[in-house]
Design a protein around this ligand. Structure first.
Ligand code: ZN
Length: 229
């Protein structure tokens, strides 16, 4: 059994996508399978990965360039890197650090949940979000185990498919837990803390971007940072 099959047994990501109409359509012409790159490219990736202690024990799988729209992501114990041509060495390093932080989140959910609580985030049960909204959310392999969180106990970011079911065509709307309505306006308290981030859909994404930009690459650095959030 290959590493992707093993990952699927643990997270059910591909099955979840297949079972949801919009997520299935958004991935229908993509080839989600390993892809062979030149030895020199594989060597570059392995040297950079070797400089990131968070990736010790983590496999890197190169996928077809079309897989998940070319978006790098994680599965249990592996970083999946679609073979897109525009990964330069600099953004490859930032990308691998970002993904290594997602691996740490997968393996240490309790540490993250407690740290995020201090930051103002509350993890929600699935049933807190009506099924009509849940069905329209883009499934993110990095966050699918705990997809919904409330900011300041009230505002829940939802990555909703917009005009067409494409992975790149998603808008973040904010569900208000007090009345169940969905708003386009970003809560001012969120903007005050995070500015206008590229991936506001989930606190794991927000902090993976922040921590990667801060150059955090080892477990010690990461856990120290989480303690002082
Ligand atoms: Zn991410």
């Amino acid at each position: 059994m290959d590493v992707l099959d093993t990952a699927e047994l643990h997270d059910g990501y591909r099955a979840a996508c297949a079972a949801n109409e919009l997520n299935r359509m958004a991935r229908q012409h993509q080839r989600y399978r390993p892809f062979f790159v030149k030895d020199s490219a594989a060597q570059t990736i392995s040297v950079i990965a070797g400089s990131i202690p968070l990736l010790d024990e983590v496999d890197i799988v190169i996928l077809d360039p079309t897989a998940d729209n070319g978006y790098p992501h994680t599965r249990p114990g592996i970083v999946c890197l679609p073979a897109i041509a525009n990964l330069t060495e600099t953004n490859l390093e930032t990308t691998l650090i970002h993904e290594s932080i997602h691996i740490h989140q997968r393996d240490n959910h309790d540490i993250w949940r407690i740290a995020l609580q201090k930051e103002g985030w509350t993890e929600l049960r699935l049933a807190s979000v009506p099924v009509a909204f849940r069905e329209r959310c883009r499934i993110n392999p990095d966050t699918m185990a705990t997809p919904f969180w409330a900011w300041q106990g009230v505002h829940v970011p939802l990555p909703l498919f917009s005009q067409s079911p494409r992975l790149s065509d998603v808008v973040i709307k904010w569900m208000d837990l007090r009345n169940g309505a969905v708003y386009s306006e970003v809560p001012p308290s969120f903007t005050k803390r995070y500015g206008s981030p590229s991936q506001p859909e989930h606190p794991y994404e927000l902090l993976a971007v922040e921590f990667a930009a801060a150059g955090i690459r080892s477990t010690d650095m990461l856990e120290q940072k989480l303690r002082f959030l």
